[in-house]
Ligand binder design. Structure first.
Ligand SMILES: Nc1ncnc2c1ncn2[C@@H]1O[C@H](COP(=O)(O)OP(=O)(O)O)[C@@H](O)[C@H]1O
Ligand SMILES: [Mg+2]
Length: 139
């Protein structure tokens, strides 16, 4: 499914709609260059699970941010991680539990990602326009 977003709020809204379809154990992989809107989308998605969007931030030192809500929520941002270092993160423990995992720069964890994961690609077209392609789930 391909969607167009015209601004930050529309991307958050797509995140919310996706979040409403998720169930425990789901893994969402986000692909797209820096500034394509991955973190923005996570803000909307996380809000469905009771997380304040201001608590969702870009990776500085935190690679894995855990939110202990009714449904545990894991925001995994591999921006500062190389593919070689991914095995040390123990991602399988997050994927195997009853929570929701959302991964930015998911291509860096390619070998570890479950086949059943939901994939979201964000692409720039114009200044504020983002093309968002979602596979593995219908909104
Ligand atoms: N349609 C849009 N969707 C999402 N972000 C947008 C959009 N238009 C402009 N932006 C801007 O692009 C940037 C996206 O940043 P961010 O979500 O942190 O991206 P990423 O996590 O992919 O690096 C923000 O500064 C945001 O304001
Ligand atoms: Mg980001």
């Amino acid at each position: 499914m391909k969607l167009l977003s015209k601004n930050e709020d529309e991307t958050k809204d797509i995140g919310r709609k996706l979040g409403e379809k998720l169930k425990r154990g789901d893994v969402v992989c986000l692909y797209g260059e820096l500034g394509s809107g991955k973190t923005t989308m996570v803000k909307g998605l996380a809000s469905v699970f009771g997380i304040d969007e201001r608590d969702i931030t870009s990776a500085s030192f935190t690679i894995i941010a855990e939110y202990d809500e009714d449904v545990p929520f894991y925001h995994i941002d591999l921006y500062r991680v190389t593919s070689e270092d991914v095995p040390e993160l123990g991602l399988q423990e997050y994927f195997g539990g009853g929570g929701i995992s959302v991964i930015e720069w998911a291509e860096r964890a390619e070998g570890e990602i479950p086949e059943t994961s939901i994939k979201v690609s964000l692409n720039y077209t114009d200044d504020n326009i983002r093309e968002i392609e979602i596979t593995g789930i219908e909104l």
